[in-house]
Design a protein. Sequence first.
Length: 556
Amino acid sequence: MLSALSIQNIVLIDTLNLNLSNGLTALTGETGAGKSILLDALGLVLGKRADSGLVRHGQKKGSVTAGFDIETSHPVFKILDENDISHDGDIILRRTLTVEGKSKAYINDTLVSVTLLKQVAMQLVEIHGQFDTSGLLDPKTHLDVLDQFGELQDQRRKLGSAFDLWRTAEKALLSARTKSIEAREQEDYLRHSLRELEKLAPQIGEEEVLSNQRKTLMHREKIIDGYNAIATILDQENGIDEQLQSILGALDKISEFGSPPIKSAQESMNRAALEIEDARAHLDSITQEDAENIDANAIEERLFALKDCARKHHCKIDDLPTKFADLQDQLNLVDHLEATLNNLETKVIESRSAYFECAKKLTIERTEAGKILERAVTDELPELKLDKAKFIVEISNIEDEKNWTAKGINSVQFMIATNVGSTTGAIHKVASGGELSRFMLALKVVLAKISAVPSLIFDEVDSGVGGATANAVGARLQKLAQGYQILVVTHSPQVAAKARNQLQVIKTSSDKATLTSVKPLDTNARLEEIARMISGADITDEARAAAAKLIQAKAA
């Protein structure tokens, strides 16, 4: 929920710090006191357009900070994690604005774009008023809202998987067609290259073997001289072998005494004898190589042929076998082109058909869910003095399959007709300010179980209504506040009386300045404020009695 709001130098507000609580909070005050300033300030910190006119006259900069206490399971934290913004369960949004019109946005003291600020804010707060076009009033959200209301998430996931299979099959077919065209155009070159590689028959690791053979041939004389010198040392009378044997014999004689150091020395000497014998075998292999049978020219020619071929194919020598396999695949595509393309086309047809069948089923389920949503919202309208209005869930099929998506083949838009026989249109384009807020209230009451946005703000929700209708508006706000934090800007005493908390907006003037402030009201102050809302500036005992009755009715 929105737990704290701090405003500095915004319009008529000098400094304002508010602590807010859950449930229903009413924001009241005389006309012109500055209730709209609070909404403008809140809109600024939620990412709306920055207007330099919001900065208080005579000040260089204004700022708004909003603190939120959010459950750690809320999806907003995924957005923060994806953007490397640290958090510990609290979220603080801040926006600064200069008199020159320059603004900066912060989330948990991290400088961010206004776009990201708005993306995060939309997960936390919805403002429903005359000029609001975000949240539920944005047609882009309607399909998702309908699917959530109808509990169609599993069907959506199945549809998404079917869509991915279809698009993957299409990409495979397109790739095969492109490659087949290229392969046919280069068929002669491919066959020549394949024959060349087949004749060359390159092997992985062959370059290293040939390079080592060439190095051996280049330095063979030095290697043989070195070998002979080593062999002389090993084979000479009383050489290393004889000396080692003498040492081992001496160790054998004293090993029976069981001294651990003697046994360790004996083991080490035995290993040394074996290592020397192994070294002699490696060195002897040098002399066993018949230099006459290794053709230096053949090695050079082979290396040149391999390097030349690798250069032609823009790869390493060790990659030539893989290149050979690639060429075989390309020619195989040419040789079996018709069968390959037919197979891929069949997969596209089958996967598209599977997607379309899944999408049609989801369309039917959406239509059913739309009817239920229509009835539920329409049933809420009469008591909100919208008895002649009708709420319509318009589900259209997208004809051009290029525009089909993982969400299906439908577009969804919430529409209304405000009077019998009147033209149906989008909610925010047809409804007046007061009607719009009441439509949103009805919709929110019905959708209460699915929304993840914890805080809702209603402006002008009671516009043009009074008496029983205003009482019904308050009752629905009170009901909605059982699962949300609700802030309502209201002129209706019936609505204000339903609130758990009440804030009064006050404007004061002096010779130096006019300032707007906000005061939390205690029980007695609430009674006086609601009485003022009933009777006007002159508060009568009758108005106080009526206010007390309204408050008691709320408590009951």
